[in-house]
Design a protein around this ligand. Structure first.
Ligand code: ADP
Ligand code: ASP
Ligand code: MG
Length: 449
């Protein structure tokens, strides 16, 4: 059971979580494993404090640490009576001392190394998981805090590390399974892991979902539950489209596409460990715990819906690369993609013509270097201020009319790129950022209105 930032944002939210965990434990007989995010906004704040420390805004950093301490101590005070809070207070105090020291060192060095960065941003999850474990105990649910750095073993790609499944399985067997066997609810901070040498790493923004799936797979768990602040996977991003509906069932393939193309409710890597073990993933609302939510499985019940949902991603940049020879010589695509690989930049949508290839990237940090490298053998044109709109549904595979309806629904929105994968589970369309809201409304209205 993974609880996201708004589901553990303060004492009231944590009290709701305790109720949900209690009920789950009673109904299944086995203690669930609980994965906890940082309180909402805390990771953003830690990142901002790191940047401020680098610019020697020392007073601002001190105030920030004080504010973070207050927020956590206040929640703890409301959840536990003073005598029960002592041990946790000491642990949290030590964690905050580490944070203070790391930010001080960052200030002196005027830079946070990738490993310092991860040691700073892990603070939110490490502290909050201790608070949740203590709150469970206080409410009569035997619980045990588990150090995520001892349970998830990753490579050393700081800020977006990948798990090592074998080592993690072993670590989970050592750190988590014995707690379950004792009848305790293990509580683990999400988003955080460590290399096999014990150096702290993090799994990328939104990575607590991924932690839940990694641990769920290592445990061969019956189900992976993602508890959040919406009723499930919705037919569109509720921040872009008014009143989307809950999608009751999704296939693993549909859910991955939606997550990859912007449905933030699920970290894009979450589905992978679940697929490998064929474990159902459910998305549920921690504020309305009775709802059915969304269930994601390999083979969901057949549905005659045209699409499962639509997703979108803003602030996308298109790069159009034209071969300087008139035709695309063989080897041209290899050279193009090798440049993106060299600068570790993922490409989302790709289309080709006889002489050119167009790609989109959403991380434009290395774009200048990429363009310089591409210009050595091609002509390059860059267009920013774009957005991706993605229509997803397994039925796109068998009914060609659905894709035509998707394009038709965008009437009046100038389309910059269109792509449909061979697996035909999605149609991806690139439009200008300013046309996104209208395009999404029209597309959603056509299929779910
Ligand atoms: P958590 O803190 O629980 O991990 P997130 O903020 O990461 O929650 O993800 C939940 C949010 O994802 C929702 O509040 C919603 O605004 C956003 N979201 C975007 N697209 C979708 C979608 N298709 N279905 C549900 N939520 C979506
Ligand atoms: N706290 C981390 C983040 O905000 C991880 C998560 O919440 O999933 O990115
Ligand atoms: Mg999230």
């Amino acid at each position: 059971m993974k609880f996201g930032g708004t589901s553990v944002a303060d004492a009231d939210a944590i009290t709701r979580v305790v109720g949900i965990v209690k009920a789950a434990r009673a109904s299944s007989g086995l203690p669930p494993v609980v994965i906890v995010s940082a309180m909402s906004g805390v990771t953003d704040r830690l990142l901002e404090l790191t940047a401020s420390a680098e610019r020697r805004r020392d007073a601002h950093v001190q105030n920030g640490i004080a504010e973070l301490s207050r927020r956590h101590f206040e929640a703890l005070e409301r959840l536990l009576p003073p005598d029960a809070a002592n041990d946790v207070l000491v642990e949290i105090g030590a964690q905050l001392e580490d944070l203070r020291a790391l930010l001080k060192a960052t200030g002196i060095l005027r830079a946070a190394s990738p490993s310092a960065h991860d040691a700073i941003v892990c603070t939110g999850e490490l502290i909050n998981s201790r608070i949740v474990a203590a709150a469970l105990e206080q409410q009569g649910v035997p619980a045990a805090w588990v150090d995520a750095r001892r349970a998830i073993v990753t490579d050393s790609a700081h800020t977006s590390a990948s798990p090592k499944p074998e080592e993690t399985r072993e670590a989970v067997g050592r750190e988590i399974i014995p707690r379950v066997a004792e009848g305790r609810v293990p509580v683990v901070g999400g988003f955080v892991g460590a290399t096999s040498q014990g150096v702290t790493t993090t799994l990328g923004r939104g990575g607590s979902d991924y932690s839940a799936a990694i641990i769920g797979a290592a445990l061969d768990s019956r189900e992976i539950q993602i508890w959040t602040d919406v009723d499930g996977m919705l037919t569109a991003d509720p921040r872009v489209v008014e009143s989307p509906h809950v999608v009751p069932y999704l296939s693993f393939g549909e859910a991955s596409e939606l997550a990859y193309f912007g449905a933030k409710v699920l970290h894009p890597s979450t589905i992978l460990p679940a697929v490998a073990k064929d474990i159902p993933v459910r998305i549920l609302n921690s504020r309305r715990s009775g709802g059915p939510g969304t269930t994601i499985t390999a083979e969901p019940p057949a549905a005659d819906r045209a699409l499962a949902a639509v997703a979108c991603k803003r602030h996308v940049t298109m790069v159009e690369i034209t071969s300087t020879r008139m035709l695309m010589a063989h080897g041209f695509l290899r050279r193009v993609f090798e440049v993106f690989e060299r600068y570790r930049t993922a490409v989302d949508v790709v289309t080709t013509s006889e002489v050119s290839v167009s790609v989109t990237v959403d991380d434009a940090a290395r774009l200048d270097d990429i363009v310089d490298a591409l210009r050595e053998f091609s002509e390059v044109n860059v267009e920013g201020g774009l957005a991706i709109l993605c229509a997803v549904g397994d039925n796109l595979r068998c009914d060609p009319r659905i894709a035509a309806r998707v394009i038709g629904a965008l009437d009046g929105c100038p389309v910059r790129m269109v792509s449909q994968a061979a697996s035909r589970r999605n149609v991806t369309i690139v439009v200008r950022d300013e046309d996104l809201a209208r395009g999404m409304a029209q597309l959603h209205g056509e299929f779910f209105g």
